[in-house]
Design a protein around this ligand. Structure first.
Ligand SMILES: [Zn+2]
Length: 143
């Protein structure tokens, strides 16, 4: 871990009471509000420690386990994206890797038990013509 500040037991208790024992995570403007019970409660850093967030009451959110997982995932993804963008700006993206011999992109494949065989590609079916947006119910009827 990177010296992350964990919330104290006191802060966690105070936050859970403040939250009314309901999940504080907010998704698209709506609060989750799932009931939090012992063992089914986690504490989220509203501002992550790496971005200067501390272990204060104000930076603490009592959440249900699924919400905390999603919040953490969103943060990790945003961080990875920022790192990729920075790498592009610095023109330091990783060099393109060579495809593995007999890998998914190779025209040959390794056989179980040894040997090499040509890889059969899935035959793609011709696609159907686009569907009409409406059906003319009067079609073919005399008027
Ligand atoms: Zn929740």
């Amino acid at each position: 871990m990177s010296g992350r500040l964990e919330f104290t037991r006191k802060t966690k208790e105070a936050r859970a009471i403040h939250a009314g024992w309901l999940c504080e995570a907010i998704w698209e403007g709506k609060r989750c509000n799932v009931e939090l019970t012992a063992g089914r409660i986690e504490y989220h850093h509203e501002v992550e420690a790496e971005r200067g967030g501390d272990n204060s009451f104000d930076n603490c959110r009592a959440t249900c386990i699924p919400c905390h997982r999603l919040l953490t995932k969103a943060f990790v993804q945003a961080k990875a994206k920022a790192e990729r963008q920075r790498a592009v700006q610095l023109n330091s993206t990783a060099p393109a890797t060579k495809p593995l011999p007999l890998g998914k992109t190779d025209s040959r494949k390794a056989k179980i038990g040894g040997g090499v065989a040509p890889r059969e590609r899935a035959v793609t079916k011709p696609s159907l013509p686009p569907r009409a947006l409406y059906i003319n119910i009067n079609q073919g009827k005399a008027r």
